[in-house]
Every structure is written in structure tokens, then in C-alpha cells.
Design a protein around this ligand. Structure first.
Ligand SMILES: Cc1cc2nc3c(=O)[nH]c(=O)nc-3n(C[C@H](O)[C@H](O)[C@H](O)COP(=O)(O)OP(=O)(O)OC[C@H]3O[C@@H](n4cnc5c(N)ncnc54)[C@H](O)[C@@H]3O)c2cc1C
Length: 705
């Protein structure tokens, strides 16, 4: 058919971490790539990075680099292993309290790595430039994208104010949290966008190499242990000074220095706003960070001179427009840095987009290339995971600034590692899954929540203080025994830890189909008002949240929901992922895993209806072709993560009718965001509402494997 990727021109706006790595990926696939960057060329002028000087690189980022053959180069030249946190606890004012080390994992091989942002960016830019099919252009600021012309075009402003327009077959916005490309997409119809700032900002400070260490002339080799004597503190640790509402962290640099970052509130007592004069700055640090002050000779100058920057979470949807513009990295999902995952997630985006382009090659449509298949698959794969890491990053802030200093938390972490060690293969802590594996973020979060319930149960039976009374060995076997019991489903009030709840919560703000009856609760008696019981009445549509449709909802004289055989809703099922654009019908070719279907129940994850709390009308729906293909495989129940198996504006309801004809049962409104495709046991029985056209269900899955 004569298609060659060399005929296809991809323009990337932003030669930061994600943009430069993506250029390498695309060049390896043979595409012609133009990389445009607003800053000057760091190969000639040095790196002009304004933000944190070093970053934590972990398994996903390393895997992302490895996909472009760059992992060894980066690890060799730039990384310092950090297998745990060194905690600098608060103590009485002006006195130093001993530090303690909290390993991230029982496995000493597990570590995150401190890398220099500038060094890494430079390595990636040089790697991109080594490909003949990549051209690099600096000092070009993307101010707009022309979405309406036959070929999309990026519009750039140069430092002299002149404007230039560059056409391409595909434009990738890798231009960071304040992306110009995303700015253009925000002006398109039904583009969803939210940004939320923390009340905390950040500011960088500096700890120089240890005073009497020999100046380093060459970098240590292959991520080896660096010479500790060059550093003023332990280099193989991420240092944290947790101080309740605020904290300071420090990461080592290869030259023996540390980059410290303050994460403080903008306003309030312990805040940036309240600390301005040199004497106040010194006094405050001596009081709250007494062990750091002697190591920071330029503290006051750094504090006064360095900017205070804000921390933002950006969410948007969709991440692609018209099959020819896509967002990547922070441009699609900026997150706060407390899990050290923004760059790691951006590198995972590169791997995912590259894989999707291979699996769904662009199609020629007239005189242009259409990337809809690849871009739809990419965003469906990445969005639930980006949302999960965004949430976990905010949660980890509370953990780092506040909990790491608390004995209860330290004990919980110890129990977590002991349970992990005793039940390897069954239990992996959330931090380990996020940082030392490539398990999708959404799954890591789900498994983290499940483990939390196990830890709650273990700590109830083996509370803090038991180590002292039992001794370490007995304590470990007791923790292992209780955890084993809880994991096996016995003796735990939290029940089966493997159950995955796929039912959206019902609240007074839960949306229902436009025009239908919202849920409301009338309280008849209330214990808090002095009644002997609490008693309430629920008024709602029966098509509420996760629900089963009765066939009489869409078929004349068809059975009501109460008459449906229960085995439609209970038993083995498949969860499959569909890569269908919003407002489209899922076709068989959008689904991965159709060939392997052998159970009579199938749940389809489209990812196009994220929440009942904010209704979006452009959710995907089922096609008649897919219903017939599933029926031919013996499927008797189809579930979906949207409010209907038909499109919102459909009047003739072709999917409902095809389902009726095939005698299939319907489940709608399931929450499949954090469910990985696979085989499960489904439990989602409707109420026995005779004559009714639907019923809410409490739907849960239990992995079969
Ligand atoms: C304080 C802090 C600490 C962090 N620590 C970590 C960490 O430890 N680990 C981790 O994984 N992540 C961390 N992150 C997140 C990480 O920095 C980002 O997720 C990562 O840089 C995203 O890469 P990117 O290429 O998408 O965006 P960026 O790195 O921001 O790159 C965007 C590029 O686009 C260019 N650009 C911007 N606008 C335009 C335009 N209009 N036209 C042309 N070019 C443009 C920029 O100059 C830049 O080169 C941290 C972030 C912060 C703020």
C-alpha cells in the first residue's frame, strides 16, 4: 500500500522532558519530526530551567527512557539512588533531633533516583538531534494552533516579534502545564478543563558540597554509590523535614550539593508571606530546621532571591482533537510533585502514544493523515491513570508534610513493609506499585485502598507498642498471621479485600438522565433530633447510578426488572476496554480481547463518562454490530460505564433494540475507571421490583485469577 512513516510530518511543541523523548520515539518509528521550543538551545546556552533543579526518576520513567534506548545513558551520567526517606523530625525549638531512615521497600534493590532536570533535558535533546529525521528549532513560542485549515498548523512567535506558521500531519502539544496548544483546544466546543492550585507554593534553597571534600572532576560511573564524604548529608536518601502544615525536602546532586525545596503555605503563620526580612528568615530556620541551617551558608540570599512558585493540578478532556492534535505530559495532566511522578507519567505517555501509533497506524483520508484510532486509544488508556496519579499526588503531600513525623504513621509503614515481606506476591504497597512497578496508576490506587483496609485490621489487633512487648521476631510473625487471616477473608470486619466496588456513590448531587427524577431523601425520624430511630424515604428514578434496565424499559410487553433471572447479574464476566471517541458507538474493532470471550457477561469500559457528579452528554454507546458480535459468542449480559447503551440524543435506540432481540440483560452506569481488563466474578443483582423498568444495583467485581 506504499505507506511510509517518513511521509508523515509530526510537529511537537515543547522540547522539554516529554517532547524531546517523544521525538526520539517517533524518529525510531521513522516519522519526520519537527521539535519546536520557546527557550534558547541549551546545547549552546546552557539549560535555562526555572523550576526544581532535580527530580525523582523511578521505574516508569526508566521504562519510558528504555523504550527509546536511553535508560542506560541517563542512569550512567546522572542518577543517584535514593532507597528511602531520611526524616528530620521536629524537636524542641533550636535543638536538633536525631534523623531516622524509612526505607521505601523491604527489597534493597527498590530505589528512586535523583536526576538533574537540566542534565536530563539536555541528554534527551541531544538524543533527539542524533536522529536525521528530527529537526530542532528553538526560540519559537507556540501562540496558537490553526485547527480549521486542511492540515493543522502551529503558529509561533519569535523573540523579534515575528510570526511563523508551520503545517504538519499531526501536532503534539508537549508544552507543559501552561500549554499553548491546550489553550487553543480550550476554545473548542465541549472541551473540559479544570485547574486547581494548592494553598502551598514552593521555593528552592541550596546545600553546597561538604566543605572539605575534594572538588569532583568526573561523574561516578553507572549509578554507583556516590562518595558520601562529598556530601554534607547522607546522599542516598530523599531528606524530609515534616513540619505539619509545611515541609522542606532535599535531593542530592552529583556535584555533592543538595537542592532543597520548601513547600509552605503562601499565607498564614508558617508561610512565605510572613517571612521576609533576613533576621526573621534566620530565626525561623534556626527554630524549625536547626540541623539544616549550618549546612546552608547562602540561606538568606537564596530565600530572598529565589522565586516562590505555585503548584497546580490540571485536568482536561479530550486529549486529542480531530485525529490530528494531541496533548502529552504536563500539557494533558499537570500534577503536584509529591509522588515524584509528573515526569515519570509523562514518559509513560510517550511509551503509550508510541504503542498506540503502532497498533492503530494513521489512515490516509483524502490528502491528509487521520490519527483518530491511535489518539483515541492513547487518551482512553492514559486518562484514568493520569487522574489516579493526580489524586495520589495530593494525598501524598499530606503524608509527607505531616504524617511522616508522627509515630502512628511510622508504625503503619513498618506494618505495611512487614505485611509486604510476609505476603510477597499478594501484597504490594501503593508507593511500591507507583514507584517501583509499571502497574497502571489506577490499579495501584485501587490496590493501595485495599491494602489500607488490611493494615487497619492488622493494627487494630497488633497496635503500636507491640514490638516492645512481643519482640521483633514474634511481632513479625503475629503481623504476618493476622494479615494472612484478613487477606484470606476471615476475621476481618472489612470483608473480602479483593472485592472491587464498581458502583458510583449516590449523593444528593448525583446527576440523573436529563429530565428524570433526582435522588432525594425525606427524613421522617432522626435520632439526632431525639427520635428513637432514624427513618427516611427515598424518591428517585430507578435508573440511578449503576443500574439494571428492565427489558420493559425499551420493549413493549417485555419482562420487568424484577422478573429477570438472577444469573444475568451474578457469575464470571470479562471486563474489556474500548477505544471509542466520545459521542461515538463502540464497534467490535474498538475492543481489545473480543476473541478471548468465553463468559456470558461482558462489561465494557469506554472511559467516556467519568462521573455522575458532572454529567457529560457525549458519552460513547454500543453499536448494533458489537451487540450482535457479543451475542454470537453467547453473551447474555452487557454492562457499560455510561448512563445508556445508546447515545444521549438517540431516539430510535438501536442498541437497546438489538439487545432486546438477542435476549441480553443490560447494566449501565458502572464505575470501571480503575478496573483493569480481565476476568472477574460479577455480583450486581437488581432489587426484585415487579413491574418496574429498572433498578439500582450495588455492583462489585472479584478477580477470578
Ligand atoms: C517543584 C517540582 C518538583 C517536581 N519533581 C518531580 C519529580 O521528582 N519527579 C517527577 O517525575 N516529576 C516531578 N515534577 C514534575 C515534572 O517537572 C513535570 O511533570 C515534567 O517536567 C513534565 O514534562 P513536560 O515535558 O510535559 O513539561 P515541561 O518539562 O514543563 O516541558 C515543557 C517544555 O515546553 C516549553 N514550552 C512551554 N510553553 C511553550 C510554548 N507555548 N511554545 C513552545 N514551547 C513551550 C517549555 O519551555 C519546556 O521546555 C516536579 C514538578 C515541580 C514543579
Amino acid at each position: 500500500m506504499g505507506r511510509s512513516n517518513a511521509d508523515i510530518h509530526v510537529l511537537i511543541a515543547g522540547a522539554g522532558l516529554a517532547g524531546a523523548l517523544m521525538a526520539c520515539y517517533l524518529a525510531r518509528e521513522g516519522y519526520r519530526v519537527s521539535l519546536f521550543e520557546r527557550r534558547s538551545d541549551p546545547r549552546a546556552h546552557g539549560y535555562a530551567g526555572g523550576r526544581s533543579i532535580n527530580l525523582a526518576l523511578s521505574a516508569r520513567g526508566i521504562a519510558g527512557l528504555a523504550g527509546a534506548g536511553l535508560d542506560e545513558r541517563v542512569m550512567r551520567s546522572d542518577a543517584i539512588r535514593m532507597p528511602g526517606r531520611m526524616i528530620h523530625p521536629p524537636g524542641p525549638p533550636n535543638s536538633t533531633t536525631p534523623t531516622y531512615f524509612l526505607p521505601y521497600s523491604h527489597d534493597p534493590k527498590d530505589a528512586i533516583n535523583s536526576v538533574s532536570r537540566g542534565g536530563l533535558n539536555l541528554t534527551l535533546i541531544k538524543a533527539a538531534a542524533e536522529h536525521r529525521s528530527v529537526s530542532l528549532t528553538f526560540d519559537h513560542f507556540c501562540i496558537d494552533v490553526d485547527l480549521d485549515s486542511p492540515a493543522p498548523a502551529a503558529i509561533f512567535q519569535k523573540p523579534d516579534g515575528s510570526i511563523t506558521r508551520v503545517e504538519a500531519d499531526l501536532i503534539i502539544g508537549a508544552d507543559g502545564a501552561f500549554s499553548g496548544v491546550r489553550g487553543r483546544l480550550q476554545k473548542t466546543d465541549r472541551f473540559e478543563y479544570s485547574q486547581s492550585y494548592l494553598e502551598h507554593g514552593y521555593k528552592e534553597l541550596h546545600i553546597p558540597p561538604a566543605p572539605n571534600s575534594a572538588p569532583r572532576t568526573s561523574a561516578p560511573s553507572a549509578n554507583s554509590a556516590v562518595e558520601s564524604s562529598s556530601f554534607a548529608m547522607e546522599p542516598h536518601a530523599l531528606h524530609i523535614w515534616p513540619r505539619g502544615q509545611s515541609m522542606m525536602i532535599a535531593l542530592p546532586n552529583r556535584d555533592g550539593s543538595f537542592t532543597c525545596t520548601l513547600f509552605w503555605p503562601f499565607k498564614g503563620p508558617h508561610s512565605f508571606e510572613n517571612l521576609r526580612t533576613p533576621p526573621d528568615i534566620e530565626r525561623h530556620f534556626r527554630e524549625h530546621y536547626p540541623d539544616a541551617v549550618p549546612l546552608m551558608p547562602t540561606l538568606v540570599e537564596d530565600y530572598t532571591r529565589n522565586p516562590t512558585s505555585s503548584l497546580v493540578t490540571v485536568r482536561c478532556w479530550p486529549w486529542q482533537h480531530g485525529g490530528r492534535v494531541a496533548l502529552l505530559g504536563d500539557a494533558a495532566h499537570a500534577i503536584v510533585p509529591f509522588y515524584g511522578q509528573g515526569m515519570n507519567a509523562a514518559f509513560e505517555d510517550c511509551t503509550a502514544l508510541s504503542r498506540c501509533l503502532r497498533e492503530h497506524p494513521p489512515e490516509r483520508s483524502g490528502n491528509r493523515w487521520d490519527f483518530t484510532g491511535a489518539l483515541s486509544a492513547y487518551q482512553a488508556d492514559r486518562k484514568p491513570n493520569a487522574d489516579a496519579i493526580a489524586d495520589m499526588a495530593v494525598e501524598n503531600f499530606v503524608e509527607m508534610r505531616d504524617k511522616t513525623g508522627q509515630p502512628d504513621f511510622v508504625y503503619r509503614k513498618k506494618v505495611e513493609q512487614a505485611v509486604h515481606h510476609a505476603h510477597l506476591g499478594t501484597v504490594t504497597p501503593q508507593y511500591n506499585l507507583v514507584s517501583f512497578s509499571t502497574v497502571p496508576y489506577a490499579q495501584a490506587r485501587q490496590r493501595g485502598r485495599e491494602l489500607d483496609r488490611v493494615l487497619d485490621a492488622v493494627i487494630r489487633e497488633v497496635p503500636r507498642g507491640s514490638i516492645e512487648t512481643l519482640g521483633d521476631a514474634n511481632w513479625r510473625s503475629r503481623v504476618a498471621e493476622v494479615a494472612g487471616r484478613v487477606l484470606a477473608g476471615g476475621g476481618s470486619s472489612s470483608g473480602d479485600k479483593r472485592l472491587i466496588d464498581i458502583t458510583p456513590a449516590i449523593t444528593p448531587t448525583t446527576n440523573v438522565w436529563p429530565g428524570d427524577t433526582c435522588p432525594s431523601r425525606e427524613v421522617l425520624c432522626d435520632i439526632s433530633r431525639g427520635d428513637n430511630i432514624t427513618l427516611s424515604t427515598l424518591r428517585t428514578t430507578v435508573h440511578l447510578g449503576a443500574h439494571a434496565d428492565g427489558p420493559n424499559h425499551y420493549g413493549d410487553k417485555a419482562p420487568s426488572v424484577g422478573e429477570m433471572p438472577l444469573d444475568h447479574y451474578i457469575g464470571p464476566c470479562h471486563v474489556i476496554a474500548a477505544t471509542t471517541p466520545s459521542a461515538q458507538r463502540v464497534l467490535p474493532q474498538h475492543c481489545t480481547g473480543l476473541d478471548a470471550i468465553r463468559h456470558p457477561r461482558v462489561l465494557i469500559r469506554t472511559g467516556t463518562f467519568p462521573s455522575f457528579e458532572s454529567w457529560n452528554s457525549d458519552f460513547a454507546a454500543l453499536s448494533v454490530e458489537l451487540v450482535e458480535a457479543l451475542a454470537a459468542k453467547g453473551v447474555r449480559t452487557i454492562g457499560i460505564d455510561t448512563p445508556s447503551v445508546d447515545l444521549q440524543d438517540s431516539k430510535d435506540l438501536p442498541a437497546h433494540k438489538a439487545i432486546l432481540k438477542q435476549g441480553i440483560a443490560i447494566l449501565e452506569g458502572l464505575d470501571l475507571q480503575s478496573v483493569a481488563p480481565g476476568e472477574y466474578e460479577l455480583i450486581a443483582a437488581p432489587l426484585k421490583l415487579m413491574g418496574f423498568d429498572g433498578s439500582p444495583v450495588r455492583a462489585v467485581l472479584r478477580p477470578l485469577a
